[in-house]
Design a protein around this ligand. Structure first.
Ligand SMILES: O=C(O)CCC(=O)C(=O)O
Length: 287
């Protein structure tokens, strides 16, 4: 459970860390699960089609267990309330000594969720320190706001669209040194959907593995036209803004794989729609 001070800190900064979550046995089981998944794929998740980085709780029971982990949900509940959906979960993997990085960005940009209450729990399945290219964050200083982005398709970007904030910094906070969200394996950090974050290449001798789980309260809805799926992981959904998905029937079970394809397609459709919506919202108005 979070203290009042921690909740206030999160509301002010837009991030909070570190929190221990997985036992050594859970961590081993998760890494063994990831190795099985990569054997099935025939390649590292991060080198395969982007679909395999997305929403793997739909087809892998051990990831479903991770997104429902009590220690994670207890903390998330203190921030967004008792009725919790998983909107998506993404593998963020950087091979040892690799140039993979993330440019400064905000998760809210291409998600289209309203209100801005989405929180990401970034769960480390390996050590993720500064050398390994852990996440860096800048405090929102109590004034979070959506910044202008462009989907630049940056080379070596860990984010699908290679998106980056493209507006110039305008306040002293922007120039301040970012906090390094270093994590031990098995622990997690939290960042708000409007928190600016980035990460540097992995200079360490080990693979950096993280799963970013996107949690939203059940009252959140999508602003676009795409009907999306979500997994109810705690409480009740009395809003019906999403199609709730069933737990996987088994590891890579055909029915779960079919469902995953539907979930992923809707995710991509919404994402593309939101890129266009963001560009319209920030378009310079003719004089
Ligand atoms: O894992 C990283 O380095 C970046 C992660 C990220 O952008 C996110 O969790 O939203």
């Amino acid at each position: 459970m979070l203290s009042r001070k921690q909740v206030e800190q999160y509301r002010y900064d837009g991030y909070l860390f570190p929190f221990p979550a997985l036992t050594a046995a859970e961590l081993d089981a998760s890494n063994a699960g990831l190795a099985r998944f990569e054997r099935w794929l025939g390649k590292p998740v991060n080198e395969g089609d982007f679909r395999w980085r997305s929403a793997s709780y739909v087809m892998l029971p051990w990831v479903d267990a991770l997104v429902r982990h009590k220690r994670i949900l207890d903390v998330v509940e203190d921030l967004i309330g008792p009725d919790i959906l998983v909107y998506t979960a993404t593998w963020f993997i950087k091979e040892r000594k690799s140039p993979t990085f993330a440019a400064w960005h905000q998760d809210a940009t291409y998600f289209g969720l309203d209100p801005h209450e989405h929180v990401t729990a970034w769960v480390a399945l390996s050590e993720a320190d500064a050398e390994a290219g852990c996440m860096e964050v800048v405090s929102s200083e109590g004034r979070p706001r959506q910044r202008r982005h462009a989907a630049l398709g940056l080379q070596n970007s860990i984010n699908g669209a290679g998106q980056a904030i493209v507006e110039p910094p305008e306040d002293p906070g922007d120039a301040r040194v970012a906090a390094m969200m270093a994590l031990d394996a098995g622990s997690f950090s939290l960042h708000h959907t409007l928190c600016r974050h980035r990460s540097a290449p992995n200079r360490a001798g080990h693979r950096r593995v993280g799963l970013g789980i996107s949690y939203i309260p059940a009252h959140c809805r999508l602003t676009g036209t795409v009907r999306m799926c979500a997994r109810l992981v705690r409480g009740h959904d009395s809003f019906g803004h999403f199609d709730l998905i069933a737990p996987p029937e088994g590891e890579l079970h055909p029915a779960a794989l079919e469902r995953h394809e539907r979930v992923y397609r809707a995710y991509r459709e919404n994402y593309a729609e939101q890129i266009a919506a963001h560009e319209r919202a920030f378009a310079v108005q003719p004089a």
